[in-house]
Each structure stands twice: as C-alpha cells, then as structure tokens.
Design a protein around this ligand. Structure first.
Ligand SMILES: Cc1cc2nc3c(=O)[nH]c(=O)nc-3n(C[C@H](O)[C@H](O)[C@H](O)COP(=O)(O)OP(=O)(O)OC[C@H]3O[C@@H](n4cnc5c(N)ncnc54)[C@H](O)[C@@H]3O)c2cc1C
Length: 391
C-alpha cells in the first residue's frame, strides 16, 4: 500500500482546504445557531462549492464531471468537514448518488438526468429508504418476513407508476431536485423480492416535501419528510428491474460508508485543533495547560485515534480505487462512530466550561458527532453487519 499523493490529489486537497477555510468556516457557527431548520441552509455556499467542482466531483469526466478517485474523495471530505461537517455532507450526498447513477441507471436515464445535474449549481441529489414505520428493517430486513420493511406502494398504471406513502429523514429532502426512491411493488413477499427503485424528480405530480426535521446536530443538513399522494412517475424512471431494487449497487455502495468515515476524520481534526488552541492559550498553575500531563494524556489520545481513523479510511479508499470489495468499507464506518464520539468528548472535556457554551464551536462538534449513531443504519444494525462480515 502506498499512500503518497499524486499531483492531482494534492491539488484537490489544497482547493478543498482553501474553500473550507475561506468560505465554509466563516459561516459555520452562525448557520448552526439559526432556530428554524429550513433556514439553516445556505444556497450561496452550495453554488460557490459547485463552481469549484465539489458537487460534481465524482461524475465521470466523459459526462462533464471531474471523475476524482476514492483517495481524492476522502481527502476532499476531510478538508471540508473540518470546517463544517454538515455542509461537507451536503456535497458528498451528491457523490453517493452520482456513484449510484453510474452503477445502476441505463444510458437513456443517464442522458436525461446527468447533464442537467452537472450544469445546474443548485441541482442536489437525495435518496429515500427510511419510512415512518422504521429504517432498520429496510436496510437489513428479515430474510423471510413480507410484513417487514417498506410500506410505500408503487403500482403500475399504463406507462406510469402511482406512488402512495411517506419517507422520513431524507437527506437533502427539501433541497434536492432528484431522488432515488425505494418502493414496495409486491407486499406479499419479503423486501428482497418486492422492492423497486425509481428516479423521482422533485417536480413529480403528487409529490411534496413535508416538514424538515429539527436536529440537534448537523443543523445545516436538510432532513425532510417526502409525501407521495397518487404521485405519477413515468415507467422510464424505473431503475433496473421490477422487484429487484435491492440488488447490487456497484462501487457507490462502498462509498456510502467511506464518506462518513472520511467526514469523521475532518471533525476529529477540528476537535484536535480546538483542544490544542485551548492548551496553548490557557494557563493553570502558572503554566500553559498544554504542558500539564493530564492535557498531554487526553490530547495524545485524541491524536492517536484521529490518525488511526485517517489511516484506516485511506486504506479503504485505496482498496476501493482497485475495486476490491473489502469488508473494511463497512467496518471503517463503525470505527468512525466510536472515534468521533471519543475525540469530540475529550475536546469537550479539555475545554471544561467553555466546552458547554453554545456558539463557541466545541459543543457543535459534539452535537454533530452524535449524528453518526443514526447514519447508514443505527448502531444495532451496524453491529449485525460487522458480525456478518466476520462470519
Ligand atoms: C442525519 C440523518 C440523515 C439521514 N439520511 C437518510 C437518507 O438520506 N435516506 C434515508 O432513507 N434515511 C436517512 N436517515 C434515516 C436513518 O437511516 C435511520 O434513522 C436509521 O436507518 C434507523 O432507522 P430508525 O430511525 O427508523 O430506527 P429504527 O430502525 O426504528 O430503530 C429503532 C430502535 O430499534 C432497534 N432495532 C432495530 N432493528 C433491530 C433488530 N433487528 N434487533 C434489535 N434492535 C433493533 C434500533 O437499534 C433502534 O434502537 C437519516 C437519519 C439521520 C439522523
């Protein structure tokens, strides 16, 4: 394994660092403090980032994107997330679904949806799986229970499919122009044989956005309710085959896990930076806090965990670039959940009273870190995945 970076990788890393420092960091805390969840979002930062290529970074060059490799993706994600994890995630949410378009859509669908996505700085992507009845059963359903999982119905009527039901917590839900949507097309069989996936544009008749969820962390990120009432989706938007919507998702599915882990490295970096600043500028017993042994122990642990996570993320990115299907793509996310909580908790600890103060930065890192528990499946489902991988 060779982790030395090539010129292109270094250039993307430097561009992301500059954008993060000059554009994201100055607005991060102010956005986080806005009370109404719909209003935390800022189109200007999305447009600026899009013009630099962060929205379309993983779209193949022949389709007008930048086609950056997995190592570059994690480098960019770390830099953006260090300034604001939720803004970074808004961009990488488009990466996840661009990977999926490349992996599972047919040529006609790519021609219809990719050029408008590439051309429009405000074109964001989302994907809906979770429903009010639950998320876990849709991600890792029981093999043989038709009652478990997706309730949203899609029924064919001529050249259209009629959709009825709700999705919840869908990322970019109130701002995306296109969604991948998992629906139930046969309620009498288990999900593996009764799920169909569609491409659903936000102007689909019968589709509307409901509430935006008011979260304690990742406040910039728009998690919304999607409501379908006799929504009419053209048959041409069906992805893959009817009732086979849970089949392989190609290399994009590897990245689902990796982007979160890379984002966590950025948050850990920010926590380390904040802790070091406190250690250098605050004096106790006549000496800077950073020279006290208790600080050295806490800070050393923060750095050790952050570097271990960074190495693990790079290893998985290196494997993904070689199209190696590795169990580590899932395990690295589980590890990132533990590391991000431990590292931000230590940063909070080191800051003492200032750590609890809203608007100072450290409390945001802690609140953002708790979001990891609920991503890409909850902690129980992730442990079940880990167990399966070990078998
Ligand atoms: C910031 C954020 C972004 C998100 N983005 C998206 C998105 O873009 N698209 C999307 O579809 N969803 C998204 N989600 C939803 C997320 O995927 C779900 O929250 C997650 O899958 C868990 O589902 P749930 O909340 O319905 O909890 P449930 O699945 O109902 O779980 C509730 C409890 O039951 C436990 N449990 C569940 N199954 C088992 C089992 N078999 N054995 C033992 N215990 C079990 C769980 O551990 C948990 O404690 C997002 C969530 C957040 C917070």
């Amino acid at each position: 394994m060779d982790f030395s970076l090539n010129e292109e990788q270094r250039a993307w890393q430097a561009k992301a660092r500059k954008f993060a420092e000059e554009e994201i960091r100055p607005i991060s805390l102010a956005r986080d403090r806005i009370a109404l969840p719909r209003e935390t979002f800022d189109w200007e930062i999305i447009k600026k980032g899009s013009k630099l290529g962060f929205r379309t970074a993983v779209v193949a060059k022949e389709w007008g994107g930048h086609g950056i490799d997995f190592v570059t993706q994690v480098l960019v994600m770390e830099e953006l997330a260090k300034a604001d994890s939720a803004i970074a995630k808004t961009f990488s949410q488009c990466w996840k679904w661009s990977h999926l378009i490349a992996a599972v859509c047919n040529e006609e669908q790519k021609r219809r949806f990719v050029p408008p996505f590439v051309a429009d700085d405000t074109y964001l992507l989302g994907s809906g799986t979770t429903e009010p009845s639950g998320g876990s059963d849709n991600r890792m359903p029981p093999e043989d229970d038709p009652k478990a999982g997706l309730r949203i119905r899609a029924e064919r009527r001529g050249d259209e499919w009629i959709l009825n039901g709700d999705k919840v917590f869908i990322a970019n839900g109130s701002v995306a122009k296109l969604f991948f949507l998992q629906t139930r097309t046969d309620p009498n069989v288990p999900l593996s044989r009764g799920t169909t996936r569609f491409l659903v544009p936000s102007d689909t008749p019968g589709f509307r956005v409901g509430k935006v969820f008011n979260k304690s962390g990742w406040r910039f990120y728009q998690n919304a309710e999607l409501i379908f009432e006799d929504a009419r989706v053209p048959h041409a938007n069906l992805v893959g085959e009817v009732n086979r919507g849970r089949s392989s998702e190609g290399p994009g599915s590897l990245f689902n896990d990796l982007e979160l882990a890379a984002n966590a490295v950025g948050v850990c970096e920010a926590a380390c930076e904040a802790a070091l600043h406190l250690g250098q500028t605050r004096f106790e017993g006549g000496r800077p806090v950073k020279d006290q042994q208790i600080f050295e122990l806490k800070f050393g642990r923060m750095r050790m965990l952050t570097e271990a996570l960074r190495s693990y993320v790079l290893r998985v990115a290196w494997e993904c670039d070689r199209r190696m299907r590795s169990p580590h793509a899932a395990l690295v996310t589980i590890y990132s959940c533990e590391v991000i909580e431990a590292v931000t908790d230590l940063a909070m600890d080191i800051h003492d009273g200032a750590g609890a103060a809203v608007g100072e930065g450290v409390d945001k890192l802690v609140r953002d870190s708790f979001i990891w528990r609920h991503l890409a499946g909850d902690s129980v489902i992730r442990m079940r995945v880990a167990k399966r991988l070990a078998e």
